[in-house]
Design a protein around this ligand. Structure first.
Ligand SMILES: Cc1cc2nc3c(=O)[nH]c(=O)nc-3n(C[C@H](O)[C@H](O)[C@H](O)COP(=O)(O)OP(=O)(O)OC[C@H]3O[C@@H](n4cnc5c(N)ncnc54)[C@H](O)[C@@H]3O)c2cc1C
Length: 266
């Protein structure tokens, strides 16, 4: 297979994981060349795709956010647009935006032991052109669900239903649910978010669940985190034992080494 370009590392996906991987890669392996290949037209992955009313994180952003860019907003459970803003800041502050190639769908990855490299087949979704890129290390940050379509169980007789069926993964931005009677199927995090966000606009909303879940009401502003932010400096320095990883030789293309074990001796 002929390849047109070679990089030390290819990161697939510009979501939270891909952006985090890129930051650590360029910080700890500054001499390694890398690119992020993103299949969609924008960064953010989950936080760009999901657009349903009330979309927000389920866990606190102090732990979902990056160690190198502490979450400083008051609300620790953040909404989708704020998370996207945080990711935008992260990629621009660290020039990761220049490393992302959009509309590049990786369709095949083939390893050659002889050449010690991956050969990737990439489709440019705008031009439809097929390209080949090789790399020494492939970092799959492609998420865990299908971007094509959200999982929808088969409901017998659905074809007879005259109302609208909507999946939160493909939420139509022009969906008018004002004064409608709505049933939300499921009682996971998405339903917990959707129901209160829609309640004031609809005529009636019912959450339909198979098994009960247990919910406790907690404030969206974490008083402990707020207090700690006042006490601690904005950014604590990275621990000095985190090694910078350099290529073994100047000509090395596969230049990502394993971190060397740190000695406990001082
Ligand atoms: C509503 C909602 C709330 C959530 N809240 C939380 C939370 O609070 N805490 C938590 O830990 N998790 C949460 N999650 C899970 C969340 O998806 C992950 O935590 C996180 O955003 C995943 O980031 P990621 O970068 O790994 O993957 P994704 O965000 O899925 O990003 C993957 C990227 O890879 C790209 N990609 C995939 N395949 C290819 C390919 N072949 N070629 C090129 N590009 C490709 C995709 O286009 C996408 O941009 C939530 C999920 C949802 C849907």
């Amino acid at each position: 297979m002929s390849t047109s370009e070679h990089f030390d590392v290819i990161v697939v996906g510009a979501g939270i994981s891909g952006i985090g991987a890129a930051y650590h890669l360029q910080t700890m392996c500054p001499k390694s060349s890398y690119q992020i290949l993103e299949g969609r037209a924008d960064f953010g992955g989950t936080w760009d795709l999901f657009r349903y009313p009330g979309i927000r994180s389920d866990s606190d952003m102090h732990t979902l956010g990056y160690r190198f860019k502490p979450w400083t907003a008051d609300k620790s459970i953040a909404d989708g647009p704020r998370i996207l803003e945080y990711l935008k800041e992260t990629i621009t502050e660290n020039s990761i935006d220049k490393k992302i190639r959009y509309n590049q769908q990786v369709t095949k990855a083939q390893w050659s032991s002889e050449d010690s490299r991956w050969s990737l087949t990439v489709i440019d979704k705008v031009s439809g052109q097929e390209k080949f890129i090789s790399c020494g290390f492939l970092f799959m940050c492609s998420g865990y669900y299908s971007y094509k379509q959200g999982f929808t169980p088969e409901f017998a007789g659905i074809e007879k239903y005259r109302g609208k069926v909507v999946h939160p993964q493909q939420w139509p931005q022009d969906l008018d649910y004002k004064n409608k009677r709505v049933v939300v199927i499921g009682s996971g995090a998405t339903a917990m978010t959707l129901v209160p966000a829609m309640a004031s606009d609809v005529a009636q909303i019912t959450l339909l669940q198979r098994s009960p879940t247990y919910v406790i009401s907690r404030p969206s502003v974490d008083p402990f985190a707020k207090r700690m932010r006042r006490l601690y400096p904005k950014k604590l320095p990275m621990p000095s034992h985190v090694p910078k990883i350099q290529p073994t030789s100047k000509n090395s293309t596969n230049s990502v080494e394993k971190p060397r074990p740190t000695s406990n001796k001082s």
